[in-house]
Structure formats: C-alpha cells, structure tokens
Design a binder for this molecule. Structure first.
Ligand SMILES: [Ca+2]
Ligand SMILES: [Ca+2]
Length: 130
C-alpha cells in the first residue's frame, strides 16, 4: 500500500527522471559503464550469460548479510516490490539463489542482442527504457 508521502515521492521521482539533466544522465551512464566493466571479466567488450550470472551471484552474496542463502526485501536498498514478487517464484517472501539466477537469466535475454551477449549500448538503452 502506498502512503501519501510515497505517492508524492514517486511522482517527484518520475518528474525528475523524465527531466534528467545532462549531468545526471552522464552520471547514470558512468555508473552503468563501471558496472559493465566490472561484469566483463574477460574484457572482450561484451557481457555473456556466464559473466552476467557470476556478477549477480556475487551481488547476491554481498546483499545476503545473514549468509542464510536468501534475500529478503529488507536486504535490498530501494527494492521494487513488484520485481521482488516476480522473482520470488515460490512466494515464500524471500529470494533464493536459484530464484535470483532464474530471474536474471530472463533479464539477460531481454537485454541481450541476437548473438546472446550484452553490449554497453544495449544496457544503457534498457536502463533508459525502464
Ligand atoms: Ca566478456
Ligand atoms: Ca522464494
């Protein structure tokens, strides 16, 4: 349920995102580029499915502060509950590593070009369209 404050905050965020200034856009691209380069372990300029999954397994482990092999909404800053519920296949309110990988593989092939890899341009376009 959305309180009045979060509705205002969401409206504000939508407004801000719609009118992102050049510097905010550049900062977002820099953030994506850094993540892209971190994920591109073999440095061939594209992210294949192995690199993508490995990147998110590492992220999963970083967020799983209790080390029990599950992520809960409170483990994730700025969690999008709609996305969380979609990833939580068995609906137990937490995301297992298997659920996280399944979710990420769907996202991977959503972003990937026809040759099955993610380029920086495609990642930026995907994030911009969200
Ligand atoms: Ca690569
Ligand atoms: Ca689950």
């Amino acid at each position: 349920m959305m309180g009045r404050t979060s509705i205002v905050a969401a409206a504000l965020a939508a407004m801000l995102c719609g009118g992102l200034g050049a510097s905010a856009l550049a900062a977002e691209e820099a953030r994506l580029r850094a993540a892209f380069e971190a994920a591109d372990v073999n440095g061939d300029g594209v992210i294949d499915v192995d690199e993508y999954v490995a990147y998110f397994v590492a992220a999963f482990q970083r967020h799983d502060v209790t080390g029990d092999g599950f992520l809960r909404p409170e483990d994730l800053p700025n969690v999008d509950m709609e996305r969380f519920r979609a990833a939580d296949r068995d609906g137990d309110g937490r995301i297992s590593l298997g659920e996280a990988i399944a979710d990420r593989i769907i996202v991977f092939f959503d972003i990937a070009s026809e040759d099955g890899v993610i380029t920086l341009d495609r990642l930026v376009a995907h994030e911009a369209a969200r």
